[in-house]
Design a protein. Structure first.
Lengths: 456, 283, 519
């Protein structure tokens, strides 16, 4: 009861008023307030006034954090998705060939060759440029894809089911590092690897998962966070945990190919990323379509645009130009070689992982160009724009505090703090592949235009 | 800035809050004082004055807000026992600090009317570590005499208890302080006029020669208790007994005070509660 | 002489901090240190600065002088020095929502009005009572906040709530009061200050002062906060008497509030501003209700003739005497003085129109000093000086020389307590020594001024230092109104503010977002 003694006061605004309280030896907490993002004041007023908002956001974020993703199977895209001939899925918001960046174009060319829709690179490019090939975002099909995120019918996908709400989400299998399709490379070794994945890896994993039974990804992610992963740029612990779970089943299912398959998984620290993304997708999808909710349910980039989707706004995309990531570059590559931000992997940040869980992954702080303290600061700052702390995903270094989860566009506009996004960096030129990894800042207008739409 | 007692060093002006109990001393003409004790979160000053409280606690941070305290918004100065200080003309001058109050709190906030029936239903659980004087004959005499309204017995017991026990605030004093504050506030709140009257007599007996019978700090706190003034931990327990807040957490905070101070105060409160109920005809 | 203009991206400071930091920078003759709002950018451009594009979230610094580099350095030093304390390793919360994760009892919102809703709503949603010091909050947002607050059972004080005292802690413009039995519910901050300061002078303390905002009793808001505040004080064991300082309410709200007040166990003394009771008589009624003798309210005057401040001899209304000019910082005090005096020209420099481009006159005396210079030499000037937390740390220091230099007779209503940081007596003595007649009661000051003005000027103070034949003061400006000396209906004369619900007389426009400071 406020009148029962000297109140502890939260002050927000004019510093002299806070000063006057401190001079009275009153307990104060001072908000480091600053004006909201330019031009958002009116929309903020309307969105905050929406009588549905509070309950809607509580419901949405409860669904997001309450999801129980299980790896239920590994199957071909042609089985799982309605992918008619001549249609590919890609990462990020919708885009045309004309506006597509180098890595996306490269990946699409690779997919044309992989599916044998075109005899060679030139023919593939022509077909793509002519508009005969249909391009649709993964997100519209319950799927996500890292980097270019191109999904074609012959690719095998993780199938992740939400035991709590019954949703399902898909993500392709990770090809490894270096010259890979998702970074826009489509040389012979890339296609060869993809064909091996189609004929060996996919079927073996499928059989192994069937044998092992559904794998609790929520538990695995929670464990990996405590082992130094943030599940976007570092997946070493999670990959190891998955490998440990699958290995006996792989041997049982396919003794002949087991060593190849296990060696492939063990040789790729990011193998788990795609499973984490599907888990994130099925969790964020659970939070979709709550009327009045200002919760972000997807952040994704196609190499040209950065887009977000908001729970209360259906499947509309709100976009801004994708930024060029900054970080560490491989070999002789430098910032000039970097393509603008690309990939659906920001679904990890959307679900409270990745950049939001940086404090859990001190081993990769160099990607954010700093010290462990910077990683802690990055995670801490995300509590300012999120609606909840994840009940299962916890950070040991923060006293097992739950990761910040559930980005609220209203809080983004109010604080001016944009989501911290960890990412790989693709080469600008089609066919180059990965050139580095680091941090990227999303465009503010993606969030402010969503806010404006919520304001109606 | 003015130059203070330390030659050549400027005084640092700081502000804070103070118990309204110290206002008369603070606003009286400036008097000399000296440092009686210095701890991490509190410094006790003995002021050369006939007014009470003659000992003022200058505290900071999480220190208990004793009814004779001045709370600083800044860190305490480094002083040692015996250092000179001054109190009066609106400020406390201590080391390099010159301290003024920008806020006053009431160390004896009224409880408002309380239904005695409600009070009768409350049982005070004993503290985890027993009071230092549990089972002491003077305490038992005090309890029995208060509950039966026998003034002579109560005063006799009280006189035996003043200054009884080791430490800055001897246990006997803490029991008496808890009792006095409880009789005053719960007595007034339940309309048990006899309890308030008993508090008056006991207060007079206890404060009469407290300055010579116990430590100066304890004597000052007895003077405060005689007027119904107490720290927030005691006030919170009384408020809880009155049904205005949860009892258990309030008791926990009270018990945590000092080595046995909290338990001793709680014992005084229990004796007082019993007396208020029986003098009000409820037990 | 050179110009330096720079924009600090994303650096935010509130306008009072900027005003203080930008004042008197060595090496700069002109300095604009302000958030880069359209208004402030325009102002810098008007001053001839070449201003780059900037957001309202950026800090604009435009300096002109012979050492702009030195001035910029000094400015940076001041701004970093003023950064609020806090452990470096800890990231401060960025919203009230985030701050409310740690235990707290109350939220004090003083961000610019257009942004106050978000922070206040955070407080309400966290179940915390909130004081909204900010003004300029749209009435529909106020209604919404108060509806939500009723659902959560929390109190919303304000918007435009300048004063509150809770458990002795002074919030906003509040005085250092002794603890005691009187609880105050006030639609006017300076009104509450006057009443509580008089009670303090009479030795009677205050339990809490709960402000409700100037619009609370309007039909649109329906007195929601007033009713809640009354009930809270009724439940508060420390409160034995409630003083309700109300704006003229809408009739249906008045009835509802009356009904609530009548059903309380705690007696209620009501003063309706603009009615026939002034604040001093409200304080006196409270004292009588407590059985405390009403003292002779203190005054400090070199003019001798204080006895006649009873109001006898105030005007025959012919206006045959001297000009009476009210130069006020508090809207409610201004309205009260005008009503009591019954004639004269009163200006509330605390009104929005004056505070839009600068800090409140309780902090920044510039406008009032200017007004004082312009009054006719034989005029009687009536002004208020309000002490306490948040106010000018030494208002007499700036006013005294101006009063001494003025050929006019100056009467001051000094609202404060001895416990205030500025010290009531010290301020009074300084003002008196400068030649002012000083009163702790605004109503008494107004009566004294009116009586003095109704007589021919005494010869002595008239031989001012070659006072120029200044014409009428800068009236006709917004916020000023001429009082018709004729009918003299108390409270009927309209003012810049303080004359009705919604006109916001609490010291509201104090730190508006669009404040511009030029030194």
């Amino acid at each position: 009861m406020v009148l029962d003694g000297p109140p502890r006061v939260i002050t927000v605004g004019a510093e002299p008023l806070a000063e006057a309280l401190r001079e009275q030896a009153a307990d104060t907490v001072t908000v480091a307030w600053r004006p909201p993002m330019a031009g958002t004041a009116e929309a903020l007023g309307r969105v905050l006034a929406d009588p549905r908002r509070r309950a809607a956001n509580e419901l949405a974020v409860r669904r997001m954090t309450g999801a129980r993703p299980y790896l239920a199977g590994v199957r071909r895209a042609s089985e799982l998705l309605r992918l008619p001939r001549g249609m590919f899925l890609h990462a990020g918001p919708p885009i045309t060939w004309r506006r597509a960046s180098g890595p996306l174009r490269g990946a699409l060319i690779g997919a044309m060759l992989l599916e044998r829709y075109a005899p060679d690179e030139r023919a593939a490019e022509q077909a793509l440029a002519s508009g005969d090939v249909l391009l649709e975002p993964c997100h519209g099909h319950g799927a996500v894809g890292p980097m270019a995120g191109v999904v074609s019918p012959s690719m095998w996908l993780f199938e992740v089911r939400d035991d709590e709400h019954g949703g399902v989400a898909y993500c392709s299998l990770n090809e490894g590092l270096g010259k890979v399709l998702r970074y826009g490379a489509y040389g012979p070794e890339v296609l060869e690897r993809l064909r091996w994945m189609d004929t060996v890896l996919g079927p073996v994993l499928s059989a192994a998962v069937e044998l092992a039974g559904p794998i609790d990804l929520r538990a695995m992610i929670a464990q990996a966070l405590q082992m130094g992963d943030e599940l976007h740029n570092r997946n070493r612990a999670a990959t190891s945990l998955l490998l440990r779970e699958l290995a006996p089943a792989v041997v049982d299912a396919a003794p002949a190919n087991a060593s190849d398959v296990l060696r492939f998984i063990a040789g790729n620290d990011h193998f788990f990323l795609n499973a984490a993304m599907a888990a994130a997708k099925v969790s964020t999808d659970a939070a979709r379509d709550v009327p009045g909710s200002s919760l972000v349910v997807a952040m994704a980039r196609n190499g040209t645009d950065f887009g977000v989707q908001v729970s209360g706004l259906g499947s509309r995309w709100f976009t801004g130009p994708a930024g060029v990531p900054d970080g560490l570059f491989l070999g002789a590559y430098g910032p000039g070689d970097a393509n603008p931000d690309i990939g659906d992997s920001t679904i990890t940040e959307t679900s409270g992982l990745g950049g939001f869980a940086m404090a859990a992954a001190p081993a990769i702080v160099r990607f954010v160009g700093g010290e462990v303290a910077d990683a802690v600061a990055a995670t801490r700052s995300m509590y300012e724009i999120t609606l909840a702390e994840h009940p299962a995903y916890q950070i040991p270094a923060l006293g097992f505090r739950g990761t910040p989860v559930g980005i609220d566009v209203a809080l983004v506009a109010r604080t001016g703090l944009l989501p911290v996004v960890n990412t790989g960096i693709a080469g600008r030129v089609a066919g180059t592949g990965q050139v580095g990894a680091g941090l990227v800042s999303p465009p503010a207008e993606a969030f402010t235009s969503a806010l404006a739409a919520l304001a109606g | 800035m003015t130059v203070g007692t330390h030659a050549g060093r400027a005084r640092v002006h700081v502000t804070g809050a103070a118990s309204a109990a110290v206002r008369p001393v603070l606003e009286a003409p400036r008097r000399p004082a000296r440092v009686l004790a210095a701890f991490a979160a509190g410094i006790y000053l003995e002021v050369r004055t006939d007014l009470e409280p003659s000992v003022i606690a200058v505290i900071t941070g999480g220190a208990s807000r004793l009814p004779n305290s001045v709370l600083l918004s800044a860190p305490l100065p480094h002083v040692t026992v015996g250092d000179d200080a001054h109190v009066g003309d609106g400020s406390v001058e201590l080391g390099r600090l010159s301290l003024r109050a920008r806020r006053w709190w009431d160390p004896a906030p009224p409880l408002g009317p309380v239904d005695p029936a409600r009070l009768a239903a409350v049982t005070l659980p004993p503290p985890p570590a027993g009071p230092a004087l549990a089972g002491h004959p003077a305490v038992d005499l005090l309890a029995v005499s208060c509950a039966s309204g026998r003034l002579v017995g109560a005063v006799t017991a009280a006189e035996q208890l003043v200054g009884l026990g080791p430490g800055l605030t001897p246990s006997g004093d803490d029991v008496l302080a808890g009792l006095l504050v409880t009789l005053r506030h719960l007595g007034a709140a339940t309309g048990a006029g006899q309890a308030v009257k008993l508090a008056g007599w006991l207060a007079a007996a206890v404060t009469y020669d407290a300055r010579t019978r116990t430590t100066p700090i304890s004597a000052t706190l007895l003077h405060c208790a005689a007027r119904g003034q107490a720290g927030p931990e005691v006030v919170a327990v009384l408020r809880a007994l009155a049904g205005r807040q949860a009892l258990e957490p309030a008791l926990r905070r009270l018990h945590a005070l000092g080595h046995t101070s909290g338990a001793d105060l709680a014992q005084g409160i229990a004796i007082g509660l019993d007396a208020v109920l029986s003098l009000g005809g409820r037990r | 002489m050179g110009d330096a203009v720079f924009v600090r991206r994303g650096v935010y400071h509130d306008s009072v901090t900027l005003m203080r930091a930008g004042a008197g920078l060595p090496g700069a003759e002109v300095a604009v240190v302000a958030m880069a709002t359209q208004l402030n950018l325009g102002l810098a451009r008007d001053l001839g600065f070449d201003v780059p594009a900037a957001d309202p979230g950026d800090l604009l610094v435009a300096l002109r002088g012979d050492d702009v580099a030195g001035a910029a350095e000094e400015l940076d030093r001041r701004l970093t020095e003023r950064a609020p304390p806090g452990r470096e390793s800890e990231q401060p919360p960025r919203t009230t929502r985030s701050a409310a994760r740690s235990p707290a009892d109350l939220v004090l919102v003083s961000v610019p009005g257009e942004h106050a809703f978000a922070e206040a709503l955070d407080a309400v949603e966290a179940g915390l009572p909130v004081m909204i010091f900010s003004d300029g909050v749209p009435v529909e947002q106020e209604r919404l906040l108060k509806e939500r607050a009723d659902e959560r059972g929390v109190l919303v004080m304000g918007p435009d709530c300048g004063t509150a005292v809770i458990g002795g802690v002074g919030l906003g413009f509040a005085n250092v009061l002794r603890p005691g039995p009187v609880g105050v519910v006030a639609a006017s901050g300076t009104g509450a200050q006057q009443v509580t300061c008089l009670l303090d002078l009479a030795g009677v303390g205050v339990s809490h002062v709960l402000g409700v905002g100037g619009r609370d009793l309007s039909a649109e808001i329906g007195g929601r906060s007033t009713v809640r505040a009354l009930r809270m004080l009724d439940d508060d064991p420390a409160t034995e008497l409630i003083v309700l300082i109300s704006k003229p309410p809408s009739p249906e709200v008045a009835a509802a509030v009356r009904e609530v007040a009548g059903a309380l166990r705690t007696p209620v003394v009501t003063a309706v501003l603009g009615g026939d009771a002034d604040l001093t008589s409200a304080a006196e009624e409270a004292l009588r209700a407590l059985g405390v003798p009403v003292p002779d309210w203190p005054s400090w005057t070199a003019l001798g003739d204080v006895a006649d401040s009873s109001g006898d001899g105030i005007g025959d209304g012919t206006g045959g005497g001297r000009a009476l000019v009210g130069v006020y910082s508090g809207g409610t005090l201004c309205a009260e003085a005008a009503a009591v005096a019954g004639r004269g020209e009163f200006t509330d420099y605390g009104d929005d129109v004056y505070t839009r481009a600068r800090a409140h006159p309780m902090i920044d005396p510039t406008l009032r000093l200017e007004a004082l210079r312009k009054v006719p030499p034989d005029a009687v000037v009536l002004m208020d000086v309000v002490l306490g937390h948040g106010a000018d740390p030494d208002p007499a220091a700036a006013l005294a020389p101006a009063i001494a230099a003025s050929p006019a007779t100056v009467v001051v209503a000094l609202v404060g307590t001895e416990g205030d940081p500025q010290g009531l007596r010290r301020q009074a003595e300084t003002l008196r020594a400068a030649g002012a007649a000083v009163f702790a009661s605004n109503a008494r000051a107004a009566r004294f001024a009116a009586t003095t003005a109704s007589r021919p000027p005494s010869p002595a103070p008239d031989s001012g230092p070659g006072a120029p034949g200044v014409a009428a003061p800068a009236l006709g400006a917004p916020g000023a109104a001429r009082l018709d000396p004729g009918p003299g209906i108390p409270g009927a004369a309209a003012h810049g503010s303080g004359s009705g619900p919604g006109s916001g007389s609490a010291p509201g426009g104090v730190w508006p977002g669009s404040v511009t400071e030029v030194s």
